[in-house]
Each structure stands twice: as structure tokens, then as C-alpha cells.
Design a protein around this ligand. Structure first.
Ligand SMILES: Cc1ncc(COP(=O)(O)O)c(C=O)c1O
Length: 400
């Protein structure tokens, strides 16, 4: 059969991480590729307890019924409190939408705004699945440069003037893939510049609670005076990715538009998932569990940084994040990380090539992303040692 696909399918491939997931069925492979939380941080016992309570309640059949698209009211109410933890102090119920993970929040924002050919600005580099969603709406993504403090403001403004984008997408805290965080000053300026030109900002924040050092920085949404920032957060990395719950926060008008888009997508986030997250938060489990998780991630990150210092060639440069799940690295030009990938798999180590995180990937084949949350300390040491040997050999050949 010769299928006559929609034009949006022309540029769509499975994302690199999703494809690599298929390899991970092999337990011998040490994976630095995905963005999975540590298995030991998933609150299996708590969810068992909560689910038993929900399913034994006389009102349980109601959970099995259809629910409201924006989420069940008590949960939305609770989320108006939850977003205060990122500095959003004035949210009302009509400002929040329950979403089936951050991925859906991004998708709904794009569904609300993007026509084929519209331009979206993204950080260079950015979350690769964002690029996939943008492709599915036939948007054109343009990269904005960034330094250690966040987006380059001159480049941002120049590109807003040049491309007239509808949206700026960014991950200001512990970015995926770089692990970097924008300063408060930079956030404020980004909110001001985008407001001045009427650009919508999607502030994607799945990682800010995973801080193991440094000081809290308030969300960009908390600095939004014009109403152009859509804040999207998720419980995936701090409770469970499989439970698929998150929150979007924006003006009531935008939340209503996203709600209408959500009707067409999945009617509502599964009631049982909403109830589990609601009860988990209500019972006060997040704080102590996060404390443990953050400690674990801080240790794993330290373990990976130590292994990199010990085993990676001295030419390798990488970030030193204060939180989140990723280290971002760069080899000298001439090292093609994707071409070397099959040899890494032979050595039973998986990573992800950095080029997939760029809107314009030419000349980025020497970048690499490592996830440190999934593997254990011993695997991190062994995996980085094997990669250090492999890349060391490649660099030697390059310099011959
Ligand atoms: C930056 C970023 N945004 C969004 C997501 C989507 O996560 P979820 O839909 O599970 O909340 C991820 C997942 O890795 C991510 O890294």
C-alpha cells in the first residue's frame, strides 16, 4: 500500500532517545541515554498505599467515570498552591490546567498557536522532543544562542525582529540537554523582551525541584507582567513518569484555549493518575521523597563528574549542573559522536548524540549528552571508563 501521509509526517522520525529505548531491553547495556528517574526514587510503596485507599473507597466508581477536561477541581485548587513553590503567587483555579505530563502541555500550547510555517525560537541546544512536536505542527525552529547565564539577549531580540516568531520555547532551570540554569536577571529580561514584541513564551520546568546545590531561582512566569508566559511543569521526574500528570499555568484565556485543544487530544488526564498525584501531594510525601531523590541525584552527578575527570580525554569539556538529570559535553571538532555510537554499544554503553538537540544541527556532531540518574554508581564509573577509552583512542587517531 502506498500511504498518502499528511505533509507534517515528512520531517517526523522517532526521537533518538525513544529509538535508543529499544536497545535498553538489553540489561547488559549501561544507559546514559534516556532521561529516566532512578528506579529507586519511584515511590512504589506510596502509590500502592494510595491506590488501595482510592480503590477501596465507596466513591471509587466515580474515578472510573469520565472527568472534567481541565482536571478535577480539588486537584486544580491544590495546583494553585503548588505553583507558589516556583514563585507564582497569584494563580487561581482558572489559571491552571491538569495535563498528561509536560509533553502534553507543550503540545497543547503549540496546537493553540502554531500554523504551518510559523517560526518558533528555541535555545541552542534544546529539548529534542520539543523539536519533534514543533515539526508535527510544521513550525520552523530557529536557534537562539546562550551562555552560562541563559539566552543571549541581543541574539534573542535580533531574531525576534528578523523572524517574527510566535513562540519562544525554553527550559530555564536545569535544561535538558545542558543542565544549565538562567539567572533571575536574564529571566526578567527575557520576559520583558518577549512581552515587548508580543511573543508567547513556553517556560518548560520539569527539573527545578531537583536542585542539589546553588540557590533557588524563581520561574519566569512569576516575572510575567504581560500574560505572555505559559508555564508547564510535570510530576514525571519528581513522582513518576508513568503516572503522566503535570500542570500548565497561564492566563485564563490561554488556559481555556489549551483546554479546548485538550478535549480533542485525550478529553482529560486519567482520573486515577490525577487522584494518585493529588493524594501523594496531600499526604505530604513530596517533600521527604524529594529530599532523598535530590541526594541520590547529587551523588550520581558527583560520581559521573569524577569519572569524567578520571577517564575522559583532557580535551573533553562538559557542564557542571546544580541539579536536573544531565551533563552536556563537547569533544574537539572531528569527533563524530553518532558515528562512534555503534562501537559504544559494542562496549555496552549508550549515550545520546548532541546534534539531535539543535534546531539547526550542522556542525554539532561533536556534542554529547549524558544522563546520570538511571545508572548506579558502579555502572557510571564503568560506563564512563569505557567511553573514555573509546573516545581517547578516536582522538589519538584524529591527532595522528
Ligand atoms: C525538558 C523536558 N520537557 C518535557 C519533558 C516531558 O516529560 P513529561 O511529559 O513526562 O512530563 C521532558 C522529559 O524528559 C523534558 O526533559
Amino acid at each position: 500500500m502506498n500511504y498518502n501521509y499528511a505533509s507534517r509526517m515528512a520531517n517526523l522520525n522517532g526521537t533518538a532517545t525513544r529509538e535508543i529505548f529499544k536497545l535498553l531491553g538489553n540489561p547488559e547495556i549501561i544507559s546514559f541515554a534516556g532521561g529516566n528517574p532512578a528506579i529507586e526514587c519511584l515511590p512504589a510503596q506510596r502509590v500502592k498505599e494510595i491506590t488501595a485507599d482510592i480503590t477501596s473507597s465507596p466513591s471509587f466508581p466515580r474515578v472510573l467515570q469520565y472527568g472534567l477536561t481541565p482536571g478535577f477541581p480539588e486537584f486544580r485548587e491544590m495546583l494553585t498552591e503548588y505553583v507558589k513553590t516556583v514563585g507564582i503567587t497569584d494563580a487561581k483555579t482558572e489559571n491552571v490546567l491538569v495535563i498528561s505530563g509536560g509533553q502534553q502541555g507543550i503540545d497543547l500550547a503549540l496546537k493553540t498557536f502554531i500554523n504551518p510555517g510559523d517560526v518558533i525560537l528555541v535555545e541552542n541546544p534544546t529539548y529534542l522532543a520539543f523539536l519533534q512536536i514543533a515539526n508535527s505542527y510544521e513550525a520552523v525552529c530557529k536557534g537562539v544562542n546562550a551562555d552560562d547565564d541563559g539566552l543571549d539577549l541581543a541574539d534573542l531580540e535580533e531574531k525576534i525582529i528578523r523572524y517574527n516568531p510566535k513562540i519562544l520555547y525554553c527550559v530555564p532551570t536545569f535544561s535538558n540537554p545542558t543542565g544549565k540554569t538562567y539567572t533571575a536577571e536574564r529571566r526578567k529580561k527575557i520576559a520583558e523582551i518577549t512581552a515587548k514584541y508580543g511573543v508567547i513564551v513556553i517556560e518548560d520546568d520539569p527539573y527545578s525541584k531537583l536542585r542539589f546545590k546553588g540557590d533557588y531561582v524563581p520561574s519566569m512566569k512569576s516575572m510575567d507582567e504581560a500574560g505572555n508566559v505559559i508555564f508547564v511543569s510535570s510530576f514525571s521526574k519528581i513522582i513518576s513518569p508513568g503516572n503522566r500528570t503535570g500542570v500548565a499555568c497561564a492566563t485564563p484565556e490561554l488556559i481555556r484555549k489549551m483546554e479546548i485543544c485538550k478535549q480533542g487530544t485525550d478529553l482529560h488526564t486519567p482520573n486515577l493518575s490525577q487522584m494518585i498525584t493529588y493524594e501523594y501531594l496531600k499526604r505530604g510525601y513530596l517533600e521527604p521523597d524529594l529530599k532523598k531523590a535530590v541526594k541520590i541525584y547529587g551523588e550520581k552527578k558527583a560520581c559521573m563528574s569524577d569519572a569524567i575527570a578520571k577517564y575522559m580525554p583532557k580535551e573533553f569539556e562538559c557542564t557542571d549542573p546544580d541539579g536536573g538529570l544531565f551533563i552536556w559535553g563537547k569533544f574537539p571538532k572531528g569527533i563524530d559522536v553518532l558515528k562512534i555510537f555503534p562501537e559504544a554499544i559494542e562496549k555496552k554503553v549508550a549515550y545520546i548524540q548532541g546534534s539531535v538537540f539543535f534546531a539547526e544541527p550542522e556542525g554539532t556532531e561533536n556534542y554529547i549528552r549524558f544522563n546520570y540518574s538511571y545508572a548506579n554508581a558502579e555502572q557510571i564509573d564503568t560506563g564512563i571508563k569505557r567511553l573514555g577509552e573509546l573516545f581517547g583512542e578516536k582522538l589519538m587517531n584524529l591527532n595522528k
